[in-house]
Design a protein around this ligand. Sequence first.
Ligand SMILES: [Zn+2]
Length: 268
Amino acid sequence: MLAALVLVAFGSLGSALTFNARDGASAGVVTKCVKPGQAAITLDDGPYNWHSQIADLLTSYKVKGTFFINGNNWACIYDKDRIANITYSYNLGHQIGLPSRLFLGSVTYPFEAHHTWSHQDLTTVSAERLDSELTLLTTAFERILGVNPAYCRPPYGNYNDTVVNAINAKGMTVMTWNADSMDSDGYTEPQSEAQYKQLLPSSDGSVIALNHETNPTTASTLIEWLIKELLNLGYELVTAAECAGGDAYQSVGQPQTPTAQWYCPSTN
Ligand SMILES: [Zn+2]
């Protein structure tokens, strides 16, 4: 109700209006799961040092999670270790030998989604930069994993009509969140737990939880606590794509062989 009122109140401002994820939903932007009782644990800003550890943790609890990854933020996605990280988490979905992740149904797996190339506020960049922020990472997805992502989270949850249209034009749906651990805003792990304790009961029956795989205590402690808390509250833990009622990827193919073109331009 509050989100609807906000939209009505600000609707007359038209396309100049910039939304932040904390403001509520805009048309075509996913902020909560389609089905009540579902929760999506999302981990942003990687791949980074604890990526594979978190993928293993999710798998050990037989629950799903989603990595909204960058191309060149905390690390360059073409670094050998980072290629290994996302290939590892992606391939967890292939352990039972099915031909395509799109048909895995209820099987446990993490998956990767788009969080832009270098984590700029997309509402402040040029049209050319907006395009490259999307295209450079999509190219990296196609090279390293052989897939074309279907979901994109704009950095800082900031978007306007131009940003949404650009992401949609690449065939992707915009997803933000409705429960923020504040782990990238200086919250300690106990403070993030307290934040979730406050937010989860009032999350409208479904949860998209925002966390950052780049935060050491998120990796070491918070995610395991959150998994247990959500399961205790009776939530079904799903991928962001399942939460939104869609497929994880626009297309699924084979990874490519690395070439000299696999590098991060020094233009950030
Ligand atoms: Zn981010």
